[in-house]
Design a protein around this ligand. Structure first.
Ligand code: MLC
Ligand code: AMP
Length: 502
């Protein structure tokens, strides 16, 4: 029997007393303890009748049991779908329906709203939170040893939903091999070992916190300090006992803004990694001046895991995302997929064992982004220099990244356009000192209508996760358009450029 992800990430340490998780209150969970808890969740899932290959959707707060449930899915051969805890019930129900999930595990506070909705689509609902829930109770009653379901490298391990510039979110299908090959490459490239202690303050529903941070630590046999969320003071308190940090750029700007982040607080650290959004070269420089450490920036996507990274040894170049990972090909292309000469700007395409298997039940969307020869069209505009260093210079896709969360303007515009009294709208990303970018909306009222922006805001709050809410909404007589009738978003971006960072 084999299950490559389970065997590689959990198998070697299953009897070990070594600490896997340090919890901020001082408690610890050993590898053996974690593996036992994972087995209990595998047993609980099986007890509910969930079968190998079934989808399990999770919208749960970050806590050790949430992580054990995810690995319980791996042990029992189920496909897990981790969901942003900020999503509204409307958003969650879409994922349950689209994925055909057999089970939804949500926070106990949400069960009343979500259970009936999930049932409409044939999914059962269980609960789990930092203080327990029905799923944890089921796990408590299950044995700490359980069979490991046979899986091959090509079997699917996870669906990660990602929005697009058109239509609803798509489930990116990730195989065991996608996840495992990337984790092993990163362990090697970034020199992770069993002596590493990673400060883990990222959410565990995205590629960064789950597949990069957690899988790398498990594959290396290291430990992590498992914070429920980013708290820069807590990071600073733990830093002298840690070796590494992975974060989005907001982590680094918040650390730099904290007067306690000084002196030799980072003395035991060997590596600071940034990704998921552009790190300003200025932040890179300030961080080096303060700590002596050059942040290692890397680049990835939900569909590809990690694709490029600055080197561990060698030149970490501020403003670049480094070189293609070993085993990953990256090229800068024109619209037809023809590679452009070095130094020219085009769309970045990547191919390798990291690239996903396609979008769940959306063959036409898969075909539009994944070429027949295996290259994935990232939609990011990039330039590659003669040494192979890649710089992301912009986005071909209409996307805003706020504090590492992706926001597709189209989704907000569709909601705004549907509000009473709205003729049309446009949403653009503008610079924000904390989140990097944040959405701003302009709305054109129907002729003769008086628009109530407060009512529009209330509808946005009810329907969309908080991080997607425009931080500013403004009425406008007409959208700026070019002669072809296309909305000139660049003009709007310019108009609001100084709104938060003036
Ligand atoms: C929280 N809020 C956000 C937000 N995060 N708003 C916009 N953008 C965000 N990213 C909201 C909260 O709901 C709150 O609303 C208010 O903003 C302030 O909250 P906060 O307490 O300051 O936020 P905090 O919890 O500190 O979160 C900020 C953050 C967090 C940046 C630390 O968002 C975060 O951990 N981001 C990481 C995302 C991530 O992991 N991305 C990886 C994607 S994978 P209110 O109403 O209460 O004021 C990927 C591939 C790759 O991209 O390459 O890695
Ligand atoms: P997601 O779909 O949430 O995985 O987000 C992936 C997107 O984040 C990429 O397509 C890029 O636009 C962006 N991204 C990730 N890492 C970086 C980085 N280091 N620099 C710039 N953009 C990044």
């Amino acid at each position: 029997m084999s299950n490559p992800l389970y065997d590689t990430l959990l198998g070697p340490q299953s009897q070990s007393d070594k600490v896997f998780l340090h919890l901020p209150d001082g408690d610890t969970i050993s590898y053996a303890g974690f593996v036992g808890r994972v087995a209990q969740f595998a047993g609980a899932l099986r007890g509910l009748g969930v079968q190998p290959g079934d989808r399990v959707a999770l919208q749960v707060e970050k806590c050790p049991d949430a992580l054990a449930l995810i690995f319980g899915c791996i042990q029992a051969g189920m496909i897990f779908l981790p969901l942003n805890t900020g999503y509204t019930p409307d958003e969650v129900v879409y994922f349950v329906e689209n994925s055909g999930a057999r089970l939804l595990v949500c926070d106990p506070s949400r069960a009343d709203t979500l259970a009936a909705e999930a049932a409409r689509f044939g999914a059962e609902c269980e609960t789990l939170g930092p203080k327990g829930g029905s799923m944890s109770t089921r796990a408590d009653a299950a044995p700490t040893v359980a069979a490991v379901e046979q899986r091959t490298s090509n079997d699917l391990a996870a669906f990660l939903y990602t929005s697009g510039t058109t239509g609803r979110s798509k489930g990116a299908m990730l195989s065991q091999h996608n996840l495992l090959s990337n984790a092993l490459t990163l362990v090697d490239l970034w020199r992770f070992t069993d002596t590493d202690v990673l400060l883990h303050a990222l959410p565990i529903f995205h590629t960064h916190g789950l597949f990069v941070a957690t899988n790398v630590i498990l594959a290396a046999g290291g430990s992590m300090v498992f914070f429920p969320k980013l708290d820069d003071d807590a990071l600073i308190n733990w830093m002298p006992r840690a070796t590494s940090l992975m974060g989005v750029p907001t982590f680094y700007t918040r650390l730099l803004d904290n007067p306690r982040f000084e002196g030799d607080v980072a003395r035991s650290m060997r590596l600071f990694i940034s990704g998921s959004a552009p790190l300003l070269a200025e932040t890179h420089r300030q961080f080096e001046a303060r700590t002596g450490h050059r942040i290692l920036e890397r680049y990835g996507m939900t569909e590809t895991n990690m694709s490029t990274s600055n080197p561990y040894e060698g030149d970490r170049r501020a403003g670049t995302v480094g070189l293609p990972l070993p085993g990953v090909e990256a090229k800068v292309c024109d619209d037809t997929g023809t590679e452009l000469p070095r130094g020219e700007i085009g769309t970045l395409e990547v191919r390798g064992p990291n690239v996903f298997q396609g979008y769940w039940q959306m063959p036409e969307k898969t075909a539009a982004e994944l070429r027949a020869d295996g290259f994935f069209i990232t939609g990011d505009l990039a330039v590659m220099d003669t040494e192979g260093y890649v710089t992301i210079v912009g986005r071909g896709k209409d996307l805003i990244i706020s504090g590492g969360f992706n926001i597709y303007p189209k989704e907000i515009e569709e909601l705004l356009d549907g509000q009473p009294g709205v003729l049309e709208s446009a949403v653009v990303g503008v610079p924000h000192p904390d989140f990097g970018e944040t959405p701003v909306a302009v709305l054109v009222p129907l002729p003769g209508e008086v628009l109530d922006l407060e009512a529009v805001g209330a509808e946005v709050s009810a329907r969309l996760a908080r991080f997607k809410h425009p931080r500013h909404m403004e009425l406008i007589d007409a959208l700026p358009r070019n002669t072809m009738g296309k909305v000139q978003k660049a003009a709007l971006r310019e108009r609001f450029a100084g709104l938060f960072s003036g």
